[in-house]
Design a protein around this ligand. Structure first.
Ligand code: COS
Length: 385
């Protein structure tokens, strides 16, 4: 077993680390407070190839592997978790289904513009009454005179307010459950497609989270992604891969919290000694560092399974990585505030932001409960006779 990063992975780590330190970290507080979308970051990341990390050169992508992608999201999230999820949702959730299920024409038209960051993408399966129950979609698509007519509302859509392209699910046949679900590509500016309510969130405040509203929105017949009825399969395939991105985001936030807490522990004096000299603090630091390292191994392993394309494996390991890294991030950011004491509870220090930012990683792209469902059904299958 070789734990060494390749030259390319090492290079991505260094580049994203420097970018996060020099550009993201100093501006993260500003974007958290103003809730502005960090366009300046997205533009620079586009130039760095980070808006199309794993997609091939023929579609203008950077052609890197999934471990490099996970490392990039981890390092970016260490500087700014909002920027981390903007990159992750764009790459994993919008570009992936177009790349894996799109026609050549769809890839040329959409993927080639999304990989460069010229266009931003979002992914919509969640609805007011369909979150974990991905097949409970009520948005409909009806084929009339060579156009799909979309009606319904999606909510909690990351990048929703800024996206040029949305990939969404809609029911094309009622009464047959998940088999009636299909996937579509919708362009911004299509009549009947609008952005609804913008969410005012606990954390990742600089990422745009909105409703998408479809009111008799007519899109070309050719904007069906995959075949009619394949929507659920495409959604599951996309989420199985995408969860590695969120796991990497959680890991980056946790690492940022440890960075701050360990430095502070060395500098903060109480009882005439740095608090790092007290065992209570040392034990917290030890647990934080150990859980972060275990998360990192799971995240990189899941990303490595994505490289192999072994579906069974990456479905299980990306769910494990997301579950463990997100819950680790929650525990680590909690402890970071504890180490900072009263100061940690104020907005003068970044650890309260890390705590707020980490919370969503246990919810989006499948709650921790859904990850446990995916993992257990996968594991139990191994023991079926
Ligand atoms: N990959 C491919 N196929 C899958 C799959 C996966 N990961 N998981 C399930 N399927 C298939 C099943 O094999 C089954 O196929 P058949 O009908 O041919 O037998 C079908 O899909 C339905 O499976 P199941 O009955 O298990 O579906 P459920 O509706 O019970 O849901 C879960 C399964 C809960 C795992 C799924 O709905 C899910 O992942 N939900 C979470 C969605 C989510 O992450 N939401 C967050 C919003 S996105 S930010």
């Amino acid at each position: 077993m070789d734990f060494k990063l390749t030259e390319e992975q090492q290079m991505v780590k260094e580049t994203c680390r420097q970018f996060a330190l020099n550009e993201l970290k100093p501006r993260a507080e500003h974007y958290d407070k103003t809730h502005e979308f960090p366009w300046e970051h997205v533009k620079k990341l586009s130039d760095m190839g980070m808006m199309g990390v794993v997609y091939p050169d023929e579609y203008n992508g950077a052609g890197m592997d999934y471990v490099s992608y996970a490392i990039a999201v981890e390092e970016l999230s260490r500087g700014c978790a909002s920027t981390g999820v903007i990159v992750s949702a764009h790459n994993s959730l919008c570009l992936s289904p177009i790349y894996y299920f799109g026609t050549e024409d769809q890839k040329k038209k959409y993927l080639s513009r999304l990989t460069t960051g010229e266009w931003i993408g979002c992914f919509g399966i969640t609805e007011p009454s369909a979150g974990s129950d991905a097949a409970g979609t009520t948005t409909t698509a009806e084929l009339k005179n060579g156009k799909w007519i979309l009606n319904g509302t999606k909510n909690f859509i990351t990048n929703g307010g800024v996206a040029n392209v949305a990939v969404i699910t809609a029911m094309t046949e009622k009464g047959i459950g998940h088999r009636g679900l299909s996937f579509f590509i919708v362009e911004k500016g299509t009549p009947g497609f609008s952005v609804g309510k913008t969410e005012d969130k606990l954390g990742i405040c600089a990422s745009s989270t909105t409703e998408l509203v479809f009111d008799n929105c007519a899109i070309p017949e050719s904007n069906l992604l995959g075949k009619p009825g394949e929507g659920f399969k495409i959604a599951m395939h996309t989420l199985d891969g995408g969860r590695v991105g969120i796991a990497a985001q959680a890991l980056g936030i946790a690492q940022a919290a440890l960075d701050e807490a360990a430095s502070y522990a060395n500098e903060r004096f109480q009882f005439k000694k740095p608090i790092a000299s007290f065992q209570a603090i040392q034990w917290m630091i030890a647990d934080m560092a150990t859980e972060i390292e275990a998360s990192r191994l799971l995240v990189y392993q899941a990303a490595n399974y994505l490289n192999t394309g072994d579906r069974q494996k990456y479905s299980r390991y990306s769910a494990m990585a997301k579950l463990f890294a997100s819950e680790t991030s929650h525990r680590v950011t909690h402890k970071a505030i504890q180490i900072f004491g009263g100061y940690g509870y104020t907005r003068d220090y970044p650890v309260e932001r890390f705590y707020r930012d980490s919370r969503i990683t246990e919810i989006y792209e499948g709650t921790s409960e859904i990850q446990r469902l995916v993992i257990s059904s996968n594991v139990l299958n191994d023991y079926k006779k």
